[in-house]
Write a protein that binds this ligand. Structure first.
Ligand SMILES: *Cc1c(COP(=O)(O)O)cnc(C)c1O
Length: 428
């Protein structure tokens, strides 16, 4: 049988740089050929060779109800009949804004955009406009999309100028961004002592889903909140991944720490492109057309995308939705941890809501340095063994995994069984 994935990947590389429209899809970290999918239903995916998979990426989070949920698909079809876009206000945007303000503790007003990148970029601009300050602070291992100001790594010392982490980002832009170690209260305090009154905003993934899965030290989050308040610095929680994923009100609800602004994406579009940023009314009122901070979008609040998102948000508010999702996810990581232990593999895992982390190290990591110490070679071998058995995990040791409400006990048991085999093969 010819491998259609291989053929498509070869051809794609002729016309698309690296053959993909977002780098992690290329399997560079794990090696091998990316899978080209043609169909998804519930927890399952089918590739171009008609091979079936249980999906633990879920489009990197959005498909929290599983693929092709009938009610979501139905509303998309209905709305699409009345045109795909107007570039003018619609009542659905109001419904979405009202729902976000009701469900996300920090949101008093919100503006819709079309991606997480746009949400964080715009939130930072309005934070700078509101405070009339230029400096921003972020944390090592957190990802906030690919705006210039955020593709920056720490300089030689935490308090020196940031360095671009991508070619094409001017040093003059990067120098305003300071990158601190995550969960390091001491470094945070030092930074605020040095320059607190010049920092426009601190942006953070309150639960980090972009260096595998790292949980915050609650004392660190509380100290961050206190320092931002003390220095009139705007605290932005980037909940593009964790929003509606770890709990209905996001990580801010889970930890009881309320930021000044929040960015959203992924789940709120239900699989179509929707992002959002919002927070205190006095900050959001700085945006055009009311205030001096410019921000816009031709397809912002797109009716079809918003309808898919709204239907998704409506369905996840069913009683016990998060209890069930958390339980399914916990059963998965507990079962895999046991399977690893039976095979004598150094492995640990954790979950929060419908997100999980798998680590090839003794205990779950709490920092960027600790996650970097995990055994990448073992992960890569494990990944390919699982893939062969029809289990689709993120193609990198540094990505979080996602479970949907469509994942059944049978799916979880099948996955744990496959993991036994994969762990066993690591001893060969
Ligand atoms: C995915 C993600 C983004 C970027 O969102 P895009 O829609 O890919 O632009 C930003 N922040 C976090 C925390 C994310 O997980």
């Amino acid at each position: 049988m010819t491998d259609k994935n291989k053929n498509l990947f070869e051809l794609s590389q002729k016309f698309i740089p690296g053959g993909v429209n977002s780098p992690v899809r290329a399997f560079s970290s794990v090696g091998g050929t990316p899978i080209f999918f043609k169909k998804g239903l519930g927890s399952r995916l089918w590739d171009e060779n008609n091979k079936e998979y249980i999906d633990y990426i879920n489009s990197w989070g959005p498909m929290i109800l599983g693929h092709a949920h009938p009610e979501v698909i139905e509303v998309v079809k209905e709305i699409a009949k009345n045109s795909l876009s107007f570039g003018a206000p619609t009542s659905k945007e109001l419904d979405m804004a009202e729902m976000l303000v009701r469900l996300v503790p920090s949101m008093e007003q919100v503006r819709l955009v079309s991606s997480g990148t746009e949400a964080t970029m715009s939130a930072i601009r309005v934070a700078r406009g509101f405070t009339s300050r230029d400096r921003i602070v972020k944390f090592e291992g957190c990802y906030h999309g690919h705006a210039d100001a955020l593709l920056v790594k720490a300089g030689s010392g935490a308090l020196t100028f940031g360095q671009p982490s991508s070619a094409g980002v001017p040093a003059d832009v990067a120098k305003h961004t300071h990158t601190l170690p995550f969960n390091d209260t001491e470094a945070l305090e030092k930074c605020f002592t040095e320059m607190g009154n010049e920092i426009a905003c601190v942006i953070i993934e309150p639960i980090v889903g972009n260096m595998n899965l790292i949980l915050p030290d609650i004392k660190f989050l509380k100290k961050l909140r206190q320092l931002c308040t003390q220095h009139s610095t705007i605290l932005i929680f980037d909940e593009v991944m964790t929003g509606f994923r770890v709990a209905l009100g996001g990580a801010q609800e889970l930890y009881g720490v309320t930021p000044d602004m929040t960015t959203l994406g992924k789940v709120i579009g239900g699989g179509l492109p929707v992002g959002a940023f919002g927070g205190k009314k006095e900050i959001m009122q700085k945006l055009a057309p009311l205030g001096p901070v410019y921000q816009a979008g031709t397809l912002s609040g797109n009716p079809v995308a918003v309808a898919a998102g709204l239907k998704t948000l409506e369905l996840i508010q069913k009683p016990n939705f998060y209890q069930q999702l958390s339980l399914t996810t916990k059963n998965l990581v507990d079962g895999m941890t046991e399977a690893a232990s039976k095979n004598g593999i150094k492995f640990s895992a954790r979950s929060v809501g419908g997100m999980f982390g798998l680590y090839f190290r003794e205990s779950p990591p709490n920092s960027f340095d600790e996650i970097m110490e995990s055994d990448r070679a073992k992960f890569n071998k494990f990944f390919h063994s699982m893939l062969k058995q029809g289990i689709y995990f993120g193609p990198s040791a540094f990505e979080a995994g996602f479970v949907s409400a469509a994942h059944t006990e049978k799916d979880i048991n099948e996955t744990i069984k496959a993991s036994h085999k994969a762990f066993e093969s690591l001893n060969d």
